[in-house]
Design a protein. Structure first.
Length: 351
């Protein structure tokens, strides 16, 4: 029988101190978690570009600066312009809804009266006053929700700018020193290098697949949705297209949150061909884009079941907000990876 060496008092104190300092550092860096996360993710995507520059120019700082400039021009600047446009247009929509609340009530009343003449709806004995009152409350709740979130966003401008600056600053060093940081990490963590490489590969593959899915499928859905809204005469089609782009990250439902009510409302308002066009085009074309490309862009790369992708994406959005559409599938992929490695590690321990 082999006696295992007992840990000495000095080692116990050391590990307690190590755990305390690690937890304390994590607490300090927690406010910048999402900034650092996005910096790591963007650096992994643009690392080949940095390597290409580094082959031509033997100056790491200059190469990282050039790659960072490309990131700003191709990714961050367009996203910033879209967010700015969305905020301005959302404020306009909120103000127009508040200023024309009486017009909305009249439109709703006329719509319910026309529906009441229909034999099918007449048998339902709908209480028009009740429906108008509840619709008005829902409209006020919706506009209040929009206004509150816009106010929160504008009030946190300083915090957003600080996180953005942290992300850009971190991105520069992750582009320049990314490989060295990974090598240092694998050398100092007491885990087999092949296991660490497996986790890093799973993280990067899943994160890139999530972004690829969002920008490709979301961009196509937002573009098609904005175009069909424009041609059917819906105001602020660009804003609705951007919203469909953003909501496309939600699996199963996605952009239907926007185009389905829009098509139904157009039918109720008497715009028959416009409503039919929106419903038919979006249900056939836009939904097909999601159903056909999602397994190709997401499931095939991550090697995860569609149900796990669905649940992890929704859970990530609920837990982490916007960044959750990447973090949720990443955590799920790491969970699957560690359980796949468990039998191998367990057998090694048994031997």
């Amino acid at each position: 029988m082999i006696n295992k060496p007992q840990p000495s008092f000095e080692k116990i104190v050391f590990f307690i101190l190590l755990a305390f300092i690690t937890i304390f550092l994590t607490y300090i860096l927690m406010p910048f978690f999402f900034a650092i996360f996005w910096a790591v993710l963007i650096a992994s995507i643009f690392a080949p570009l940095y390597k290409y520059f580094n082959k031509k120019i033997k100056n790491p700082n200059l190469c990282a600066s050039m790659a960072l400039a490309v990131v700003l021009l191709c990714l961050i600047l367009p996203v910033g312009l879209i967010i700015d446009l969305l905020i301005v247009e959302s404020i306009d929509i909120y103000q127009s809804l508040n200023s024309s609340s009486s017009n909305w009530q009249k439109i709703l009343s006329d719509m319910l009266q026309s529906l009441g003449k229909n034999p099918i709806f007449a048998t339902l004995n709908l209480d028009q006053a009740f429906l108008i009152n509840k619709s008005q409350e829902a409209l006020k709740a919706f506009t209040g929700y929009v206004f509150n979130h816009i106010s929160e966003f504008t009030q946190n401008t300083i915090l957003i700018l600080i996180n953005f600056a942290v992300m850009i600053y971190s991105l520069f060093y992750f582009l320049r020193d990314g490989e060295r940081l990974i090598n240092t990490l694998t050398k100092n963590i007491p885990v087999d290098k092949k296991h660490i490489d497996h986790f890093i590969n799973q993280f990067l593959t899943t994160a890139k697949s999530s972004l690829k899915f969002t920008f490709v499928i979301g961009g196509i859905q937002g573009l098609l949705g904005g175009l069909v809204f424009y041609f059917t005469g819906i105001e602020r089609a660009l804003v609705w297209g951007v919203l469909m782009f953003g909501l496309s990250v939600v699996p199963a439902v996605g952009s239907a949150i926007i185009w389905l009510p829009a098509g139904i409302i157009m039918l109720f308002l008497g715009h028959i061909w416009q409503g039919i066009t929106i419903l038919v085009f979006c249900s056939v074309v836009i939904s097909s884009v999601d159903n056909l490309l999602r397994p190709v862009l997401m499931g095939r790369d991550t090697q995860m079941h569609s149900l796990l992708i669905f649940l992890s994406t929704l859970g990530g959005l609920a837990a982490f907000g916007f960044s959750g559409f990447v973090l949720g599938p990443v955590i799920a992929a790491l969970f699957v990876a560690i359980w796949k490695l468990f039998p191998e590690i367990y057998m090694e321990k048994v031997k």
